[in-house]
Design a binder for this molecule. Sequence first.
Ligand code: IPT
Length: 926
Amino acid sequence: MDLETFTPGSGRLEPRAALRSDAPTLDLNGTWRFRLAPTATLPDDFARPGFDDGGWDELPVPSHWPLHGHGAPAYTNVSFPFPVDPPHVPDDNPTGDYRRVFDLPDGWTGGRLRFEGAESFARVWLNGHELGFWTGSRLPVEFDAGPWLRQGRNVLAVRVHQWSNASYLEDQDMWWLPGIFRDVTLTRSTADVFVRASYADGHGTLCFDGPGTLSVPELGVTALEPGEEVTVEVEPWTAETPRLYDAVVTAPQETLRLRIGFRTISIVDGVLLANGRPLLLKGVNRHEFHPEHGRAVPYETMREDVLLMKRHNVNAVRTSHYPPHPRFLDLCDELGLWVIDECDLETHGFGQVGWRGNPTDDPRYAEALLDRMRRTVERDKNHPSVIMWSLGNEAGVGRNLAVMADWARERDPSRPLHYEGDWSCANTDVYSRMYASHAEVEAIGRGEEDPLDDPDLDARRRTMPFLQCEYAHAMGNGPGGLAEYQALFERYPRLAGGFIWEWIDHGLVHPEHEYAYGGDYGEPVHDSNFVIDGLVFPDRTPSPGLLDLKKVFEPVRFEFGDGVVRIVNRYDFLDLAHLDFLVTVEDSAEHRLEVPAGGGEVKLPALPEGTGERWLTVRAVLAGDQPWAGAGYEIAWGQTRLSPPEPRSGEIVAGPWSAGLVRDGGEITAGESAFDAQTGRLVRLFGLPVEGPRLDLWRAPTDNDRYGGLEATWRGLGLHRLTHRVDGLEVGDTLIVRTRVAAAATDLGMRATYRWSVAGDGALLLSLDIDPEGDWRDPIPRLGVTMTLPGDAVDRVTWYGRGPGEAYPDTGMAARVGRWTATVDELQTPYVYPQENGHRADVRWAAFGPFTVSGDPVFGMTVRRWSAEELTAARHRPDLAAGERVHLHLDLAQQGIGTATCGPGTLPAYDLKAGPATLRLRFEPR
Ligand code: IPT
């Protein structure tokens, strides 16, 4: 077989919509016979009905064979895992032969074999007759099986090659996972239907193409003829109000059931509108992924994705970078998500060879690219949730884009076209970019972007709405900078929002590593953990990034005044009538607030009196059950401080040395606490053996620190191998320990002067002055102290500060002020690629087993059962094992997180620059 062909397939039927039909359909999923060969050069005899496959293995369909013990997955982002030499393919070409015997029910005649997805080049035989071949891994295909079907026993044979000329079109950033990974059916349905349902001013206009007639009983529409148009009063479909109407198409051979949503997408004065109102996309990029099944995603998992998105205030999905399983779009229709449906096209690896030979600009590939666009649009054209077609991702520029776009415009003028790879926007209706900085997004929002060379294209692009099809790369700890992007999207009408990169970490379950990423299967070329860059972990546990996103995407805002709160409705379509508003002060009972449906200023109720620092929290929760969350589910919240902490200056004045400061051999003791007389370091705290605290600047680099270059800078400065020199130790009323902290081979250093005193109540007070010496021009990882305690001294930590989750200077929007408690294990964020995590911000005090630490006024807190060095060295979750000590990091400041793995680094406001600083901590026995 010619795997180097430019032809996208043979023997195939015209593409048509994914439809629910009552025509008889046979589910051919299940256990198939399977064998894998290392090359494509094999005889075809296996397709004969009488072939003996007794020695073969079994394989479930749908699935990917590398996830069932045949070969191994491989991950690359941009790089092709074979030479860039189109149309040629490597000789090493894993080839899977599949056989399935099925019995045809009595009386069955005719039918189509339908494959929803197979990666990447497949040939199919029925009862020994070759029906044809197809490419386009994430696209459906149908063959006429009728002439070859037999009564009783039938034998279906499929040969799937991993590599073909079509592989050059499928260079998406994901695991290479061959196999028949979506459903296989034999169906007697033949109909195609294209329903067009628009909305304006309370009315829906409906018409359809297809066989038979269409009825929508609920709207009193009966027997609408193809091409006939009817306008009726309807409720519109939006992602916030996913109103669907059941429709029936009665065709001669079958009855089809559709769910129709009326909505109109338009662009007016450079603003993206849905049903005439501005639309702000709060989106995520979703790859199909399951940690055990790869892209053969179970239906329940798809549903879980949609539910999780809805529960985190996400309102849009880009189906990066191929059409998803068709049922995913049914869920988007039903539960309400705006969708950019992307064609299965990416040629990114050509970028690494200067885009030479890019199929996007090679006329020999025009047919294949058009074929992919047609199959995308035809399959998904009836979904109200789909509001734009995307030509593909990272496929460079070239004439074939126009071929795709021209066809799509003609076929479906109702949906704008999207493509990011061509900044001239020659073939699109929206201006889309990825990872543009805040400053550039703002310039575009103002209409002040740099002009294109071509004045016509430039003028055209200036009339377009702007969106970021990818931004805020959610790799590892982060992303930082979300709130600042959202503020821009909300400020400028031209900005239609964007889509976070990306939804899920594609970590594959692995016996040794827990979750595997690139390189874990010995791939010679790979992109390591770039495939671990999602808002949810591989098992779909939300990461802190998703919790932050929920906060940033909140559709309700609270602005506090004196005794009042102003409630701002930021939904695009809904009012606030479906929400309850609850007020509480610290841990007191919640009061209900009466809030008008339109929002506005509301008086706060009389609140319980109290002393010390107190915070008021308002929460907006679902008043009733929604299909995606139950009554009481929190949608938004806001906080304001009612009263400041009581000044405590009296207490922190050094008291008389009740216990005295005693030199005792090698120690200086203060009651139950003691310092090493040589180093001045605390060795015992209220009887507990401790080490430190001492100055520490290191954190285990985050992915953003690493890929963005900061880690290299920090290592260059030796911040991971600081040395401490004692320059002086004075024992008087106060123990003063003067040190200089610096790394070998550098002339930068920090003077660190520890002043220890004992308060009248027995508390130990530390005042640490930090004075940088030399030219510290780069941001530093953190500024604080580290100490260790015996492992059994601390299990649970209780603190008053922001929580419950982690927070860094530009993340942690989800962390609110309160009193929290967590075990040391719960304080860890289990990033698949271990890195700095778990920092709790603005801690007023924290109780660790036998003692409490208070800040003046606050400190940052991280508690681990391993050291920062061990965390730095770890590559997978299981590399981290509890040691004998608990490591306590008490910080004045941390460097921001940013999103430099892809996109801008930390915004300047969140850079941690070395400068003179003082950290004050108070240690008290409990
Ligand atoms: C961008 C890709 O579109 C996306 O698929 C993903 O690979 C992402 O990068 C990185 O995780 S393209 C990049 C060159 C900006």
